[in-house]
Design a protein around this ligand. Structure first.
Ligand SMILES: [Zn+2]
Length: 194
């Protein structure tokens, strides 16, 4: 493995890597050991930080890959019973999405208070469709599709935004942006000394 994955940790706003469009991962020879090691490290960091999702740019790699782990709970199981079969509300364990293509559903847009591991202390309502589908490659190199609703669908969209250099502060209401202004400035100030 050419990458020292243990050295990879959370990258904070305003790091330039968070604003880049990430590059597709070359899968022509299958999933490389580097990609595997990075995915494992991403899962480790996500757990350490108690996050439900993490995109590769958030550990400093401009790669199109994210990991998601939305736990099963009673509310999600109950809501799932009312949805079409196959629509996921939780992952019940970490899932790796390589070169994902996320398609948000048309229809109901819901606001939800989102946070981001790269933007500590910043939260605000972000409006997104309540459902989304992701087609991606797994660590086995096989393509798969997940259709989701609720928090999991939101998570797909949030993580996919990271691969396009988009952050929640770009999508928040003006009020939320004002509320977070001091915290954002603080992060910008700290950027030089990290
Ligand atoms: Zn984020």
């Amino acid at each position: 493995v050419a990458i020292d994955v243990k050295s990879l940790g959370i990258v904070f706003y305003p790091a330039p890597v968070l604003r880049q469009r990430a590059a597709e991962i070359d899968l022509s020879r299958g999933v490389s050991d580097d990609v595997r090691a990075v995915a494992a490290r991403m899962i480790e960091v996500m757990r350490e930080e108690e996050g439900i999702g993490l995109a590769a740019p958030q550990i400093g790699l401009s790669w199109r890959m994210f990991v998601v782990d939305v736990p099963k709970n009673e509310e999600r199981v109950e809501r799932g019973a009312g949805l079409s079969p196959g629509v996921m509300l939780y992952t019940d364990g970490p899932v790796v999405y390589i070169n994902p293509k996320v398609t948000p559903a048309t229809g109901e847009i819901t606001p939800y208070d989102e946070g981001c591991l790269s933007l500590p202390k910043i939260t605000g309502h972000v409006r997104r469709p309540d459902a989304a589908t992701v087609t991606a490659y797994g660590l086995d190199g096989e393509q798969f599709t997940h259709s989701a609703a609720g928090l999991l669908a939101r998570c797909f969209q949030h993580e996919n935004d990271h691969l396009d250099g988009v952050l929640i502060i770009d999508k928040m209401s003006e009020i939320a942006r004002l509320k977070n202004r001091a915290a954002l400035r603080e992060l910008e100030k700290r950027a030089g000394v990290r």
